[in-house]
Design a protein around this ligand. Structure first.
Ligand code: ADP
Length: 593
C-alpha cells in the first residue's frame, strides 16, 4: 500500500481498510447493518406477529396451530441476529490482519524516509510517535466506530419507519430530541482526544523513565549508582500528572453520557405513553405496541452509550487522521530511502564557504561564518570544546540538514545540488553514539556497504578484531548482544572496533571518525586513532575530537570555536603559535604521558 499525501478525514479509515482487505471489509460493513435491521424492525414485527396471534388464539378467533409459524419467525430472527454477529467479528479480525500486512509496512516506510530534522525536533517527533505507535489499531477503531454508528442510524431509521407507519408525530419528537445529543457527543470525543495528546507527553516520559528503571541496558549503572529511588520519584510525578489529566476528562465524559442517556430514557417513556392512545382506540394492535416499545427501549442503550462512544471514537479517528495527514506530508525526502551510489564519486576538494547554521526551532547560530577547504588524501583533525559544533559539521556534510546559509562545495559544486544517493556515498561516519546491532558480527560489519562485497573478514582483521573473533564460538558469524540466543556481548572498546570495521568496508571516499572513542581511556584512544590512520594512508579522513591524542597524526588541525575556525595548521605550527590549541594541548598533556 502506498500512502498518498492528502488531507485524510475520519472516513478515510474506511478507504484504508477497503484497500487492505476489500472483500472482508464489504462483508464487515454489510453484516452489522443487516443485523441492525433484523434486531430492531424485524424483531418488532416478529414480536407483534407473535403477540397478536397468541391473543387471537386466546380469544378463539384463530386456530391453535397458527402459533407455530409466528414462533418460528421469532426464533429465526433471533438466530440470524446472533449468527451475523459472530460472522461479523470474524471478518473484522481478517480486516485487522490484512491491515497489519499492508498498512504497517507503508507507515514504516514513511518513517524510514523522514528527514533527519523531524526526528530531532521534539514537536514532529511527538507527532511521529503518536501516529506510528499503532496505526492499525487507530484505523480499526475508527472503522469499528463508523460501522457502529451506521448500525445505530440504521436501527433508529428502521424503528422510525415502523413508528411513522403507525404514529408519525412520535417519530418527529424523538428526532428533535436526538439532535443536541449528537452535538454533545462529538464535542466530548474531541476533548478527550486533545487531553490524550496532552497526556501523551507524560506517557512518553514515564515510558522512558520506566525503561531506565527496569530496562536491561542500564542495569550496570543502576546497580552502581543506586539511582532507583530518585528516578522512581520522578516517574511517579510524571505518571500522576498524566493520570490526573486523563481522569478529569473521563469524569466529564461520564457526566455527559449519563445525562444524555437519561434524556433518552425520557424520550422512550414519551413514545410508550404516546402510543397507548392509538392502541386503546384500536388504530394499532397490542402486539405492534409491544414490539415497538421493546425496540425503542432496546435502542436506549445504543443511543445513550454506544452512540456517544462511537461518535467519540469517530472524532478520535478524525483527529488521528489529521495527525496522519501531517505524518504523510512530512515525508518530503523521497530520496531518503535510496541506496547510496554503488560507485562513489571521487572527492578532490571539499570546501565550507561562510556557512551559518542554526538547528530548526532555535535561533542560536551553532556555525557562524565557517569557512575551510580540505584536499583529497590528507588527514584532518577538527578539535574544539564540547558543544563547539564539530558534530554539526558532520551532520551538514552528510546531508542530514540542508537548511544552512552559505555554501558547501564538493569538487566545486554545491552539496545540495548532488542527488541524495551520491551524497550518501561520499562519506562514512563513525559516530560517538554509533549503533550496536544485535545481529552477527559479519552482518554488523556488512551494514557499512549496502552493495556488500564480502570484505567483512578483511575489515574485521584491519580493525583489530581477530583476537575477539578467535574467542567467539562461531567466529565472525556469532550473533552479538544480549537478546539473541547464543548471543555474546562485547566490551565497549570491541563494539567500537566493530563500528570502525563497518566504516572500513564502506567505499566512501571520505571517512569521518566523530569521537567514537570517547568511552576509551586517552591512551587506548590514541592507539586506535594511530591504527586507523595507518589503515587510511592516502585516503581523506577527518578525526573529530575534543581530546588531542589523535591530532599529532593529522596533516592539519582545524580548531573550532564560536562557530568558526580560529586556528589551522600542523601540530608543530600550532604549538609554536602558542594560541588556543597549544593551551588545550598543554592542559591535556599529562593524559598522554
Ligand atoms: P560538538 O560535536 O562540538 O561537541 P555539537 O555539534 O554536537 O558539538 O553541538 C553543538 C551545539 O549544537 C551544542 O550547543 C548543542 O547543544 C547544539 N545541538 C546539537 N544538536 C542539536 C539539535 N538537534 N537541536 C538543537 N541544538 C542542537
Amino acid at each position: 500500500m502506498t500512502l498518498k499525501k492528502k488531507k485524510y478525514k475520519s472516513y478515510d479509515v474506511l478507504s484504508l481498510a477497503l484497500k487492505a482487505s476489500p472483500i472482508c471489509m464489504v462483508l464487515y460493513a454489510a453484516l452489522p447493518i443487516t443485523q441492525s435491521i433484523m434486531q430492531t424492525a424485524v424483531t418488532a414485527v416478529a414480536t407483534a406477529n407473535f403477540v397478536d396471534t397468541a391473543t387471537a388464539i386466546l380469544n378463539h378467533t384463530r386456530p391453535y396451530k397458527d402459533i407455530y409459524p409466528a414462533l418460528v419467525f421469532v426464533l429465526i430472527t433471533l438466530g440470524v441476529v446472533n449468527t451475523i454477529g459472530a460472522v461479523a467479528k470474524l471478518t473484522a479480525s481478517r480486516v485487522s490482519v490484512n491491515l497489519q500486512r499492508s498498512l504497517n509496512p507503508a507507515v514504516v516506510k514513511i518513517f524510514a524516509a523522514f528527514d533527519y530534522k523531524h526526528i530531532e525536533n521534539e514537536k514532529s517527533w511527538e507527532l511521529i510517535s503518536r501516529v506510528s505507535r499503532d496505526p492499525v489499531k487507530a484505523v480499526t477503531d475508527g472503522v469499528d466506530a463508523l460501522i457502529q454508528f451506521a448500525q445505530i442510524i440504521v436501527s433508529i431509521a428502521s424503528v422510525f419507519v415502523l413508528i411513522v407507519s403507525q404514529v408519525w408525530w412520535a417519530a418527529l419528537v424523538i428526532f428533535l430530541f436526538s439532535v443536541p445529543m449528537f452535538w454533545l457527543s462529538v464535542r466530548a470525543g474531541k476533548k478527550n482526544y486533545q487531553a490524550e495528546r496532552d497526556a501523551e507527553k507524560f506517557n512518553r516520559r514515564t515510558e522512558y523513565l520506566g525503561e531506565v528503571l527496569i530496562g536491561r541496558e542500564n542495569v550496570d549503572e543502576r546497580t552502581l549508582f543506586g539511582y532507583n529511588d530518585t528516578v522512581n520519584r520522578v516517574w511517579q510525578e510524571q505518571y500522576e500528572a498524566g493520570r490526573k489529566l486523563q481522569v478529569k476528562v473521563t469524569a466529564k465524559n461520564f457526566m455527559i453520557s449519563k445525562g444524555s442517556s437519561m434524556l433518552l430514557a425520557l424520550i422512550s417513556l414519551l413514545v410508550a405513553l404516546t402510543l397507548i392512545g392509538p392502541v386503546v382506540n384500536g388504530r394499532m394492535s397490542a402486539g405492534m405496541f409491544m414490539g415497538i416499545v421493546s425496540a425503542v427501549f432496546g435502542m436506549i442503550q445504543k443511543l445513550g452509550f454506544q452512540m456517544s462512544r462511537s461518535l467519540e471514537n469517530i472524532s478520535r479517528a478524525g483527529e488521528y487522521m489529521k495527525d496522519f495527514s501531517e505524518f504523510v506530508a512530512l515525508s518530503e525526502a523521497e530520496d531518503a530511502l535510496t541506496e547510496p551510489d554503488a560507485d562513489p564519486i571521487s572527492i578532490d576538494s571539499l570546501e565550507f564557504h561562510n556557512v551559518r547554521f542554526c538547528y530548526p526551532g532555535s535561533r542560536e547560530y551553532i556555525l557562524d561564518g565557517l569557512s575551510f577547504k580540505l584536499e583529497t588524501g590528507r588527514h584532518y583533525a577538527f578539535v574544539g570544546k564540547n558543544g563547539a559544533g564539530k558534530t554539526t559539521i558532520t551532520k551538514l556534510l552528510t546531508g542530514l540538514y540542508t537548511e544552512y546559509e552559505g555554501e558547501i562545495f564538493v569538487n566545486g559544486k554545491e552539496l545540495r545540488q548532488y542527488p541524495v544517493r551520491t551524497v550518501k556515498a561520499m562519506f562514512s561516519v563513525v559516530y560517538q553514539d554509533f549503533a550496536k546491532y544485535y545481529i552477527t558480527m559479519k552482518d554488523n560489519i556488512a551494514l557499512g556497504d549496502v552493495h556488500s562485497t564480502g570484505k567483512e573478514a578483511e575489515a574485521a582483521h584491519l580493525a583489530g578484531l581477530d583476537e575477539v573473533i578467535g574467542k567467539l564460538e562461531d567466529g565472525i558469524n556469532t550473533p552479538l548482544g544480549k537478546i539473541l540466543k547464543d548471543g555474546q556481548d562485547l566490551s565497549g572498546g570491541q563494539w567500537q572496533r566493530v563500528a570502525i570495521a563497518r566504516s572500513l568496508v564502506s567505499r566512501a571516499p571520505v571517512r569521518i571518525l566523530d569521537e567514537p572513542t570517547s568511552a576509551l581511556d586517552p591512551i587506548s584512544e590514541s592507539n586506535l586513532y594511530r591504527d586507523f590512520e595507518q589503515l587510511m594512508k592516502g585516503k581523506t579522513t577527518i578525526f573529530v575530537s575534543h581530546r588531542l591524542g589523535s591530532t599529532k597524526l593529522a596533516d592539519e588541525i582545524l580548531v573550532i570555536d564560536g562557530g568558526k575556525i580560529t586556528e589551522r595548521g600542523t601540530h608543530e605550527a600550532l604549538m609554536a603559535r602558542n594560541g588556543q590549541y597549544a593551551e588545550m594541548f598543554e592542559t591535556q598533556r599529562e593524559w598522554y604521558l
